[in-house]
Ligand binder design. Structure first.
Ligand code: FES
Length: 157
């Protein structure tokens, strides 16, 4: 059964007290759950949050399914999000996503056999002037080439 750490529970309770409407705490709560649940939000963690926050699980589900920054299935230790929006695409972002998948021998959005990587195509990450770019967990890597992107991933501990 999923549960948050003591710090996670305290965080969610602080967020609930911060807003007049309990719904406003859903996004920060989901972020916290994702961080503590290996990068994704499982169905059981939605049920857990629903009880903790005393709100219907449907309110959580609607936020979870609307925003793409929440992962609805497991991801690797390193979730590699390759921007494939216009600036990045014009500078090789789509080809870079393909290159990473073929180099690491995995399909988009699947977890590699060793559990280290998931490669996903995403929309604009707001670093268009540094295209092409990718986000690995919380870190941005900009102005990439295919080789440089592979080198970054291979260098992760
Ligand atoms: S188009 Fe890639 S960061 Fe904006």
């Amino acid at each position: 059964m999923f549960s948050l750490s003591e710090e996670g529970v305290a965080f969610v309770k602080r967020e609930l007290n911060r807003y007049e409407d309990r719904r406003s705490a859903v996004i920060p709560a989901l972020y916290r759950v994702q961080k503590e649940n290996k990068g994704w939000v499982s169905p059981e963690s939605v049920t857990y949050l629903s009880h903790l926050m005393d709100i219907p699980s449907a309110w959580i589900e609607e936020v979870l399914t609307f925003y793409t920054m929440f992962n609805k299935r497991p991801v690797g230790k390193y979730h590699v999000q390759v921007c494939c929006n216009i600036s990045c695409s014009m500078n090789g972002g789509r080809e870079m996503a393909d290159h990473l998948c073929s180099t690491l021998k995995l399909k988009e959005d699947e977890v590699s056999g060793d559990g280290r990587y998931t490669i996903s195509r995403v929309e604009c990450l707001g670093a268009c002037d540094k295209a092409p770019m990718m986000q690995v967990n919380d870190d941005y890597h900009e102005g990439l080439t295919n080789d440089k992107a592979v080198e970054i991933l291979r260098g992760l501990k």
